[in-house]
Design a protein around this ligand. Structure first.
Ligand code: SF4
Length: 650
């Protein structure tokens, strides 16, 4: 049955909302296929397509550049038997207009109702998007509780980093996919297609069973959770025969075979990034103990220099972007980063195409690389992430960078013409004291002092940016107590006044931080279990939306709703956040397998407390974190020895 576009009803209402352009679609490289005949070749009998609505649960300006959604959108639409369209969170003004006029959550491509698709895939980079999921489900006419859904509703699938502990949203989703999405999305599509072609045996339940038994996705409804009287989890057990006890993550092993995005979307409205982004490697084995992204994406898999070069060439030609982002968790660690930067800078010399790296490790930075990166662009600021203010703290978190390394590096940068350096830190790390945080001020002073000497001038700046630490599942800090927000705020205020009152250097140092309260909510949503779902629902019913945006976030609302839901139970907001766990405790995500061996993680947590560091397994023997043998994977690093050739004969 054709599904009608809602655009005719939507268009007259657009003047009533802010930034209406974010709802109209039509971006370069967006795709609108025929609903019944996606290949445009006539539909052979029995070949009903599989239809995906892909969502990034934040505003268009944040969601559009998201790499995960763009890759899946392109990959799925390359198939003739698939339709993939995108949807983003609508702002509260648009939500009100849609409710007033009965307009459902729609895709920005075909403006089709999300409720008409087979699969509603939602990619979570942060847990603070959970209330936005509920808004989208409700606007789409999809029951919030998965148990209330019928065969006519899409299956709701969560992905992204937050899917490694989807328990807080277990009631609202039908399935979660852990790990790399490329192969998994295609596999899931095949299963949906085969189920549809077989006449949808056993309805929705039959499809979810196929997904669970295959192992492509985790289906929370097929697991029972029992609790102890003190509130801890007693056990998590499958409640259907054939459903695996543990569900594993997916790992793509040859990034060169998946050179996406090839034709990234070019937004019509302003977005947070407007550049061609290429992931130069996936995974990180530096072993920073706070870093969930590094832990859950092991092992390191590099994309080859030649594939990176081809992707950039094609991506720039297809989009006209003037910036190339070389992305990864620690881009300067690519075994051929120097050759990549030089090769690309040579290719685009004089073309206004500039290169950028996300934050750089102090120890991986070198001035040749920095010069190549800035050759065709402006010499803007450099960003480093020492994360911990004191040497002791950096040992605890396994960020093997000394203060002397940092000072030497920034002196080189200032001496070579950079005027601005940004430094990222965290506050509230395990074992942290007031003094550890105050040492951030000392470090910033040394940076400016040495920088002035190296640059021979006074007009240099250093900005320190500080976030509150949130312990994350599947990291060695998953057992740690999160620091209460009052202490975080007290330490940050003391740091700020120390910096601002410094007569010699205070004016050259900027300091930025947010208060610690959103991090407590992030902590609840990161390490929570299924009981937290009722809090999310109550917050949403109370008006909670866009919790990642300070102007919309209300700590008071979360605190009040959590107190209401957890009244007369052994658990509380504090219980989920500021409580330290022990090895014997069953963690809500223990049945979800990131490949990391729990004993290794516990030993690494003990090493953290003893301030013992562990090296990167790329350059030292394997230290048995468990990922490679359990997942059948291996570290893939160069160098390949190849070089990027000029684009035209010189
Ligand atoms: S199993 Fe060994 S080589 Fe593989 S990621 Fe873990 S420590 Fe590194």
């Amino acid at each position: 049955m054709p599904v009608e576009s809602v655009f005719a009803r939507l268009e007259p209402l657009l003047p009533r909302v802010q930034k209406p352009i974010q709802y109209v679609g039509g971006e370069l490289h967006s795709v609108v296929k025929d609903w019944d005949d996606p290949a445009g070749m006539g539909t052979p009998a029995g070949s009903e397509p599989v239809r995906w609505a892909l969502m990034y649960p934040d505003a268009y300006e944040v969601g559009l550049p998201n790499q995960g959604v763009q890759i899946l959108y392109e990959l799925l639409n390359e198939r003739d038997d698939v339709i993939a369209e995108r949807t983003y969170s609508v702002w509260p003004d648009m939500e009100a207009v849609m409710r007033e006029h009965g307009i459902p959550q729609f895709t920005v491509d075909g403006h089709r109702p999300v409720g008409a698709f087979d699969v509603f895939g939602v990619s979570f980079s942060t847990e603070l998007g959970y209330t936005n999921l509920l808004t989208a489900l409700d606007l789409a006419g999809i029951p919030l509780d998965a148990a209330d859904r019928t065969d006519g509703h899409p299956i709701v699938v969560a992905g992204g980093h937050a899917a490694f502990n989807p328990e807080p949203i277990a009631t609202f989703i039908d399935a979660a996919v852990l790990g790399d999405g490329e192969e998994a999305a295609l596999r899931l599509t095949d299963i949906v297609r085969d189920w549809k072609r077989a006449g949808r045996p056993d309805g929705r339940d039959g499809l979810l069973m196929r997904l669970a038994v295959d192992g492509v996705a985790y289906v929370p409804a097929f697991y029972d959770v029992d609790y102890l009287a003190d509130g801890r989890i007693q056990r998590v057990t499958p409640n259907r025969p054939g459903v695996p006890w543990r569900v594993s993550k997916h790992t793509v092993m040859d990034l060169d075979q998946w050179p996406y995005p090839k034709k990234p979307l070019v937004p019509l409205a302003e977005t947070v990034h407007e550049r061609y982004s290429v992931e130069i490697f996936r995974g990180c084995t530096r072993g920073c103990r706070f870093c969930q992204a590094g832990m859950i994406t092991r092992p390191v898999r590099e994309r080859s220099i030649t594939t990176v070069g081809d992707m950039v060439q094609r991506g720039i030609a297809a989009t006209g972007f003037e910036e190339v982002g070389l992305l990864s968790l620690s881009s300067a660690d690519h075994s051929e980063i120097g050759e990549i930067a030089k090769g690309l800078a040579d290719r685009y010399d004089g073309d206004n195409v500039s290169l950028s790296l996300p934050s750089t490790r102090v120890d991986a930075f070198n001035i040749t690389l920095a010069n190549e990166l800035s050759r065709n662009g402006r010499r803007t600021g450099l960003t480093f992430a020492p994360e911990g203010g004191s040497e002791r703290m950096r040992k605890v978190i396994n960020k093997m960078v000394t203060e002397d390394d940092l000072i030497r590096t920034v002196a080189t940068a200032y001496g070579n013409g950079w005027r601005q350096v940004k430094l990222y830190f965290m506050c509230g790390l395990p074992t942290e004291t007031d003094d550890d945080v105050m040492q951030i001020a000392d470090m910033a002073r040394r940076v400016i002092k040495t920088g002035r000497e190296a640059a021979g001038r006074k007009d240099i700046r250093c900005t320190i940016s500080i976030g509150a630490f949130v312990p994350k599942p599947h990291t060695p800090f998953q057992w740690a107590a999160q620091l209460d927000h009052e202490t975080v705020d007290k330490r940050l205020k003391a740091l700020k006044s120390a910096v601002m009152n410094d007569r010699d250097y205070g004016r050259a140092i900027g300091i930025r931080y947010h208060d610690g309260r959103p991090s407590i909510v992030e902590g609840l949503l990161s390490r929570g279990d299924r009981r937290v779902g009722a809090v999310i629902r109550r917050v949403w019913e109370d008006g909670g939306r866009f919790d990642g945006w300070s102007e919309h976030f209300s700590y008071e609302r979360w605190e009040r709703c959590a107190a209401g839901v957890f009244a007369d139970t052994p658990v509380s907001l504090d219980w989920f956040t500021t409580r330290e766990r022990d090895l014997a405790e069953v963690l809500p995500w223990d049945h979800l397998d990131s490949g990391l061996d729990k004993d290794w993680m516990w030993a690494d947590w003990q090493d953290a407390v003893r301030e013992v560091e562990v090296d990167d397994c790329r350059w030292t023997p394997c230290y048995d974190c468990g990922v490679c043998p359990s997942q059948g994977t291996e570290i893939q690093v160069g160098p390949t020895g190849r070089q990027l050739l000029p684009l035209s004969v010189v």
